[in-house]
Design a binder for this molecule. Structure first.
Ligand SMILES: [Ca+2]
Ligand SMILES: [Ca+2]
Ligand SMILES: [Ca+2]
Length: 230
C-alpha cells in the first residue's frame, strides 16, 4: 500500500510538472513610433514566434519584470498592457501593429484570462488600473486595441499588471507558430519591461483555484502516506 501511494504521489507530481514543460521564452523587439489614444504614448513590441520551437500555441503568458522601476506607482504599478495581438503580418512600425485586425483567438473574459496581480508601490489603491472585484475589466483595459490614454487624470484602455504580476491568455483555438508574430504595447513607453513566455501547446493555463486543488490533493496524499507508515 505504501509503495502504491508513493507511486500515485510521484505520478501526480509528474503530471503537474509536465503541464509546464511546453513553454518557451520569447524575445521582444521594440518597433519605431508610438501607438495609443490621446496622447499616443504606447511603445509597441514584436516577437517572431516562428523560432520558439513549439509548433502550435494555445496560451500566452506575459510577466512583469518586477524591476520596480519606470512609470507611476499605486494602481499604475508595473507593466501597463495596452493590447495584445497575434498576426501573420510582420509589422515594422508601431502604427502598423495598431492598425492590424489581429487573429480572433482571444477571449478577454472568464477562462480566457488568468491574471495574478503584482504588488503596488505607494500609494496603493484597492485595485490595479483595468481591474476590479471580478479581476480584469476589459471595458477599462480594452486589451484588443492599442487605444490607451496614458494620462493619470483620465486614464483609459489598459491593464496595469503590478510589480511582478503575470497574465495568461488562453486562446480560443490553437495557432500555428510558423510565420506568426506577437505584438504587445506598453503604455507610457517609460521603461517598464515585459518578460515574455509562451506556454503549453496542448493545454490551457489552469485558474489559480485549480493549482490550489492540485496542491491540496498532493498534500492529502503525503498525509495518507505518513498515516500508512505509522
Ligand atoms: Ca505602470
Ligand atoms: Ca487598450
Ligand atoms: Ca508604463
Amino acid at each position: 500500500m505504501k509503495l502504491k501511494l508513493a507511486g500515485i504521489t510521484a505520478l501526480a507530481t509528474t503530471l503537474l510538472l509536465s503541464s509546464f514543460l511546453h513553454a518557451a521564452p520569447v524575445v521582444f523587439t521594440q518597433l519605431p513610433g508610438l501607438a495609443g489614444g490621446s496622447p499616443a504614448e504606447t511603445g509597441v513590441y514584436r516577437a517572431d514566434l516562428s523560432s520558439v520551437g513549439i509548433g502550435t500555441i494555445l496560451s500566452i503568458t506575459i510577466a512583469d519584470s518586477n524591476s520596480g522601476v519606470g512609470g507611476a506607482g499605486g494602481q499604475f504599478s508595473g507593466f501597463d498592457l495596452d493590447a495584445i495581438k497575434l498576426s501573420t503580418t510582420n509589422c515594422a512600425t508601431a502604427a502598423c501593429a495598431a492598425a492590424l485586425p489581429g487573429l480572433g483567438v482571444f477571449n478577454f473574459s472568464g477562462s480566457g484570462l488568468v491574471f495574478s496581480p503584482g504588488t503596488q508601490r505607494p500609494a496603493a489603491d484597492p485595485f490595479l488600473y483595468g481591474t476590479g472585484p471580478g479581476g480584469v475589466d476589459n471595458l477599462l483595459a480594452t486589451l484588443g486595441s492599442f487605444d490607451a490614454d496614458s494620462s493619470t487624470v483620465f486614464p483609459f484602455g489598459f491593464l496595469s499588471m503590478g510589480d511582478g504580476g503575470t497574465i495568461s491568455f488562453n486562446l480560443t483555438s490553437a495557432v500555428e507558430t510558423a510565420g506568426l508574430y506577437l505584438y504587445i504595447g506598453e503604455v507610457g513607453d517609460n521603461g517598464e519591461v515585459a518578460a515574455g513566455n509562451i506556454t503549453v501547446a496542448d493545454t490551457a493555463v489552469p485558474e489559480p483555484s485549480t493549482y490550489a486543488l492540485l496542491g491540496s490533493g498532493l498534500i492529502g496524499m503525503v498525509y495518507l502516506k505518513r498515516r500508512f507508515r505509522s
